[in-house]
Design a protein around this ligand. Structure first.
Ligand code: CA
Length: 283
């Protein structure tokens, strides 16, 4: 982990999406933060020791989905699938698919594995799964302010965690989506899905993957304008939402320019997908 002294910083942004505004001064106390998102290997150790079963591995509760065919209430998770060509961007069902058997060990469905991906961030975890891991590790999830403070790496008010330019001197600084989402991924950063943690340069605090790769759960409830576009996060009004931060490998400028420290999403607490993970902090 990296120890951060507390401090005051400018949180949010007035230049992008309404849910990030207004910019305001926020003070956080000192804390230590994981150097990178929790990996598959780390999560596996937790599961081995505790027997934890993630939400994606349990059938959805019938009372939460009264209109659903009971035969479809099986364990599963949301998996991204690239489309063959351009599609309307106002319907996330064009690229998110509910896949029975998808979970943290099988990120693309039952036939996939995490073999060779032990150093990738764990995915398909709900807020409750992340909280359970944090408790086991003697840690907790960050508040949104702590997360953003850490992500900024001391560059107060900067657009990106590394400065103002997306790719300084052509260098890719995070795992995002280059090209036109959700069909054309130019892979300038070499990864179409998650990437091993610490693949791209750290921020000013020595923290890796604070932008892109996977969204990360925080402990704050999401309030504020939900905006017209749920972007890459399926909006389910039945469940309360927590703030996720950092953007993911699915964030593209034509759709979701959210690989920035000010960016935020409200994610239903029960949802798990292939592009949400987490890291922990400790006071
Ligand atoms: Ca990428």
């Amino acid at each position: 982990m990296v120890e951060l002294p507390g401090g005051t910083f400018r949180m949010g942004s007035d230049r992008f999406y309404p849910e990030e505004a207004p910019v305001r001064e926020v003070t956080v106390g000192g804390f230590a933060v994981d150097r990178h998102p929790v990996t598959v290997a780390e999560f596996r150790r937790f599961v081995k020791e505790t027997g934890h079963v993630t939400d994606a591995e349990k059938p959805p509760r019938a009372e939460d989905y009264p209109d659903a065919d009971p035969n479809l209430l099986v364990p599963g998770s949301l998996v991204f699938q690239r489309t063959a060509g351009p599609v309307p961007l106002n319907d996330w069902r064009n690229w998110w698919h509910w896949v029975p058997g998808a979970d943290w060990r099988h990120p693309e469905g039952p036939d996939s594995t995490v073999g060779g991906r032990e150093r990738h961030p764990v995915t398909h975890v709900t807020h409750a799964d992340a909280t359970a891991y944090a408790a086991w590790a003697g840690k907790r999830l960050a508040t949104e302010a702590e997360w953003e403070y850490a992500a900024r790496g001391g560059l107060d008010g900067a657009t990106f965690t590394w400065g103002e330019e997306f790719a300084p001197k052509g260098r890719m600084m995070a795992n995002t989506w280059q090209g036109e989402f959700p069909w054309q991924n130019l892979l300038l950063d070499r990864y179409g899905r998650t990437s091993p943690v610490e693949t791209y340069p750290p921020n000013g605090y020595g923290l890796y993957d604070m932008a892109g790769n996977v969204w990360e759960w925080t402990d704050d409830w999401f309030t504020g304008p939900s905006g017209g576009s749920p972007c890459c996060v399926p909006a389910d009004e039945r469940f309360p939402r927590r703030v996720t931060k950092g953007g993911s490998h699915l964030c593209a400028p034509n759709y979701c320019l959210r690989y920035r420290p000010a960016a935020r999403q409200g994610e239903a607490i029960d949802s798990s997908t292939g592009h949400i993970g987490f890291r922990c902090v400790v006071r």
